[in-house]
Design a protein around this ligand. Structure first.
Ligand code: FAD
Ligand code: MLT
Ligand code: ZN
Length: 473
């Protein structure tokens, strides 16, 4: 019996190598492995091979080659996504394992245009590199998140990443002036002119933002920059509860112009981070709740900070303040190290939800009750972006494939009129629960769009929408 699959794959490897060069087609299992497991270690699946095209023309050729043979593709940038969308799932019984398309070589970064405050970046450019380029021109990129050294422009667009500064500048979507992308049939669409006003029909670039690699491969983007705000103050509050944290956010929003981050976490997270990172305690005592606040402006923000603090009427509050870069980094560590610390404890179930800000304090109490009742003994670590009503619910204890806690928490969120994903996306992790946040008509419209652009379900099958092929019947 001839090994048909082996023969087909060898031919595919040779054809892809003719496009990208053999060094950029990885077939060896040791070389493929890092691309097949996600950052959380909860999601993984086999691939046939990994291909790393270096130009938009190569991406187009690769996609034509694969679509012509009905081979599915998984798109991968920095592989820091937290919902399993960047790695293969179980192989499709009919089509076999997918090819992973890595955007790591699409790393061209154009000159910063300081007059328009814009830059064109390849999909594989990391956030840290983009931030450094903006900084060297006296500007800043408005989105920031702790995975900055690995997360890429393409991945951040595909997930509509949020991060630490959403309350001031909005998420990734608000920074995207246009994208260059390759569709599932290899067609290239390009909107990189950077025109701020351009009402000439459907905004295809914005359609791709948040589509999680299901509609097109982003190859480059024209991005908005903002003026750098060198005067920065970071304050860490120790507080009695979530309601007090929201009171701080309320006053800061009203009174402080350069208010740009309000990050919430709790005693259990703080203690873990201190222990895991061997950090010193930032405040003299422990507190049930913490809030890291950042203000950045052109002028010294101290007077408006003092005035906001005078208006604050919250008992049992302690503060630590940083006015220089080293101090700021030190205070930020208690919040930013939550993700790595929790992953060091085990493989977490990561649920990233938003609630109306006015329900956040109730949700925090309810979710603690719910998790304790569904999985007694589970460790629950909560943190998030208080200004956006976004809480990250991390649960350690249930096995990776035990979805009891996920189901209970996401239903609780829906019952309180929240969304099952604030910023990480649906990926493979939450497709089952999409109906909790989107109506049947919305899901049908999303399927229609997917089917119109990718009728063969070549791009990221099983991510965001499932059973795509059924739509065609
Ligand atoms: P990947 O993980 O490679 O991919 C993510 C998704 O995008 C996948 O579905 C993939 O198929 C698709 N994709 C990737 N590249 C492309 C492309 N070029 N074209 C089309 N589709 C593509 N997220 C936040 O929103 N806010 C945070 O504050 C935040 N903090 C984080 C902190 C840590 C420590 C970590 C590990 C992650 C954090 N994340 C956060 C999650 C993650 O960094 C973001 O989702 C980020 O946008 C993913 O970028 P990436 O390049 O790693 O994409
Ligand atoms: C965060 O805000 O820390 C990120 O979204 C990552 C995470 O939830 O682990
Ligand atoms: Zn987050």
């Amino acid at each position: 019996m001839p090994d048909t699959r082996g023969l087909i794959d060898r031919q595919l490897e040779a054809d892809l190598a003719a496009v990208t060069g053999p060094a950029h087609v990885l077939v060896d299992s040791d070389l493929r492995r890092p691309y097949e497991v996600d950052w959380t270690r909860r999601f993984s699946g086999p691939s046939r091979m990994v291909v790393r095209p270096g130009t938009v023309a190569e991406v187009s050729q690769v996609i034509r080659l694969l679509a012509g043979r009905d081979v599915p593709l998984v798109l991968q940038g920095g592989n820091t996504g937290l919902v399993g969308g960047s790695v293969p799932g179980q192989p499709d019984p009919g089509r076999g394992a997918p090819v992973i398309l890595s955007t790591s070589r699409l790393s061209g970064l154009g000159p910063v245009d300081s007059v328009s405050a814009q830059v064109t970046a390849g999909a594989g450019v990391t956030l840290a590199r983009l931030q450094a380029a903006a900084h060297s021109a006296g500007l800043a990129f408005p989105v920031d998140l702790a995975a900055r050294d690995s997360a890429t422009v393409g991945g951040m667009i595909a997930t509509n990443a949020g991060g630490l500064h959403v309350l001031r500048y909005g998420p990734m979507r608000a920074q995207v002036l246009g994208v260059e992308a390759v569709l599932a049939d290899g067609t290239v669409i390009s909107r990189l002119s950077g025109l701020v006003k351009d009402n000439t029909g459907y905004d295809l670039s914005q359609l791709v933002v948040g589509s999680e690699g299901t509609l097109a491969v982003v190859t480059a983007a024209r991005l908005r920059l903002v003026g750098e705000k060198p005067q920065r103050i970071v304050v860490l509050f120790g507080l009695p509860d979530t309601t007090s944290a929201l009171a701080v956010v309320d006053i800061f929003r009203r009174k402080i112009d350069g208010f740009q981050a309000a990050e919430l976490f709790y005693d259990e997270g703080m203690e873990l981070v201190i222990e895991h990172g061997s950090l010193s305690r930032p405040l003299a005592d422990r507190h049930p709740c913490y809030l890291t606040v950042e203000i950045a402006s052109l002028e010294d923000p101290t007077p408006s900070l003092m005035s906001a603090l005078e208006d604050l009427d919250v008992p049992d509050t302690a503060t630590a303040v940083a006015i220089d870069a080293i101090g700021a980094e030190r205070l930020w560590a208690y919040r930013e190290r939550h993700t790595e610390t929790v992953s060091a404890l085990g493989v977490p179930h990561k649920l990233d939800v938003t609630l109306p800000v006015s329900s956040l304090a109730d949700f925090e109490k309810e979710v603690r009750r719910e998790v304790a009742s569904v999985h007694p003994g589970a460790r629950l670590i909560l943190w998030g972006h208080a200004g956006d009503g976004n809480l990250h619910v991390n649960v350690i204890g249930p096995a990776a494939d035990d979805e009891g806690v996920d189901d209970a928490v996401l239903h609780l969120v829906a019952s309180m009129h929240g969304s099952i994903s604030a910023e990480h996306g649906i990926g493979r992790a939450k497709t089952r629960w999409l109906h909790l946040s989107r109506s049947d008509s919305e899901i049908a419209t999303m399927r229609a769009l997917k089917f119109a652009l990718d009728p063969g379900d070549i791009l990221n099958p099983g991510v965001l929408l499932t059973d795509q092929r059924l739509t065609a019947d």
